[in-house]
Design a protein around this ligand. Structure first.
Ligand SMILES: [Zn+2]
Length: 510
């Protein structure tokens, strides 16, 4: 009997020794457009009280960064302790109340967990709050204060991060998406999981460095799959083949954050080699700086863009309404391009609007009924005057859809709220003019936004898309041509349309 008890005790001790590390995973994701007067409130953030099993099951199905943490844990042999992964639309700065609540919930989750060996955290990297211009760093500062200086914290930022020196100091390792459009959200989660596994096992001791060239990298030039940015991204991939380099990130920055950290960055994480980190970060930063003569903005305004689209022989043409980039923090109700389509009597077009009021009017009217409403231009004074849309209600929808392909940021489920499709005047039976009215902002990341409402993009001539780079993976397969339009708005790509007060000076591109 005694012998068996000893064996049992020995086995228990052995399994305690071989205890798998437990890493907390979570995310707070907000890209704050400081030019947007509408503050981001707690209610704008997605729910956080999701049961742990459901969180793991549903997140694992997506292609998000946190899904990469889960996949990476499996690969690297540790267990995950899920906290939450919340995001809000990229409106204006986050309120004090929302920020304090989210960080408090995050830390409470960490404190309530059984023994943790580290944290994998997804932070967008361009969050601004009422109190903090670099709020992501403040999240990590609070987590550090709660969990101690030796607690491993590996953070993944979006490509649009305005990386701060403070967060580089506070994190054990920091990496960002490489790709814009963001097709590598999940891969970066997996990479972060590998890095934290190496830290926890004692194999790696990260030393990282940040260098920021004194420039703004306009959103229009942030396509990492082609020059001028592409070769720098490629060089960061090549660097990671060096076993001493754990991660090399070149985020392009987020130009709608008027904060001192605005602009592109290079972050290099090495295994215990600060000199190498600094040297390579400087070298990649010099590469970015050397591309500046390629960064000349020359895009058509809405009138020219519509004329160009109509004159082109191949359809559909996608007009990217860069001034009303919903993913960049705009209202989604700009009317500049719709007004031009009507003025130039274009036909076979599709224009979406975030328009709860007009959507409700269409629902009250019902399918097949006449529709005559002022649409758009209501959220603020930056996106044109409301435009009168006359026609009939073509169809009504719940507004949910889902995406199985890898698209920007790797999301799976989408919800644009109750949605109405209006067939506007001038429609022909086989070539309708369609206005989509959504209740909630719908970032155009998936072509199912259209097909789920019975709209076949390949049968239309002009598709208006409220974005700049992020919609490309969804629209490149269906559009014969993409035209980026220099339209006004809170996300205008032309920096002359804004007054910057808080960025570093001098700054190339402003
Ligand atoms: Zn982004």
């Amino acid at each position: 009997m005694k012998c068996i008890a000893w064996l049992a005790l020995a086995a228990a001790l052995a399994s305690a020794d071989a205890r798998r590390p437990v890493i907390a995973i979570g995310g707070i994701n907000h890209e704050s457009n400081t030019f947007n007067p509408r503050k981001t409130r707690l209610a704008d953030f997605t729910p956080r009280n999701i049961a742990r099993e459901e969180f793991l099951r549903e997140t694992a199905k997506s292609n998000s960064t946190v899904s990469g943490f889960i996949a990476g844990a499996r690969e690297s042999g540790f267990d995950v302790h899920p906290l939450f992964d919340t995001e809000a639309p990229p409106l204006g700065p986050v309120t004090r109340d929302a920020f304090d609540t989210l960080t408090r919930e995050l830390i409470a989750g960490l404190k309530a967990a059984p023994k943790l060996d580290g944290l994998l955290l997804y932070l967008m990297g361009a969050m601004v709050t009422e109190d903090y211009p670099v709020a992501d760093a403040e999240v990590v500062r609070r987590v550090r204060a709660a969990m101690g200086d030796r607690f491993p914290i590996v953070v993944v930022h979006d490509y649009h991060a305005n990386v701060s020196e403070e967060i580089v100091q506070l994190t054990t390792a920091l990496l960002t998406y490489k790709e814009c459009p963001h097709l590598d959200s999940k891969q970066r989660g997996v990479q972060a999981a590998r890095i934290i596994a190496g830290i926890v096992s004692g194999k790696w001791k990260p030393a990282q460095a940040l260098v920021k060239p004194p420039m703004m990298y306009n959103l229009v030039f942030q396509n990492t799959f082609r020059p001028p940015f592409g070769p720098v991204t490629e060089e960061s991939r090549r660097l990671e083949k060096n076993p001493k380099i754990l991660a090399a990130s070149v985020p392009g920055g987020y130009q709608y954050g008027d904060v001192p950290t605005m602009g592109p960055s290079v972050v290099v994480v090495t295994d215990n080699d600060p000199g190498l980190a600094k040297r390579e970060a400087q070298r990649l930063s010099d590469m970015l700086w050397a591309t500046r003569d390629k960064l000349v903005l020359n895009l058509p305004d809405p009138a020219k863009a519509v004329a160009q689209a109509m004159a082109g022989g191949k359809f559909p043409v996608a007009l990217f309404d860069t001034g009303d980039n919903i993913g960049g923090g705009s209202s989604g109700d700009s009317t500049f391009i719709l007004a031009e389509l009507l003025r130039q009597k274009a036909s076979g077009w599709f224009v979406p609007f975030t328009e709860p009021e007009a959507a409700a009017a269409a629902f009250r009217a019902g399918v097949g009924q006449p529709f005559d409403q002022l649409v758009g231009g209501k959220a603020d004074k930056l996106h044109g005057a409301p435009v009168r849309v006359r026609g009939r209600v073509r169809s009504l929808h719940l507004g949910t859809y889902f995406e199985t392909e890898v698209r920007h940021a790797g999301r799976r489920y989408f919800d644009m709220g109750l949605t109405a499709i209006i067939e506007a005047e001038g429609s022909a039976p086989d070539l309708p003019n369609l206005v989509m009215l959504t209740t909630k902002p719908a970032i155009p990341l998936s072509i199912h936004q259209l097909t789920s409402c019975g709209i076949y993009p390949e049968r239309l001539k002009i598709l208006v898309v409220k974005g700049t780079i992020a919609p490309r993976p969804a629209y490149e397969p269906v559009a014969a041509l993409i035209i980026e339009v220099d339209s006004p708005g809170v996300t205008a790509v032309n920096p002359k349309r804004f007054v910057y007060k808080n960025v570093r000076r001098p700054m190339f591109g402003l």
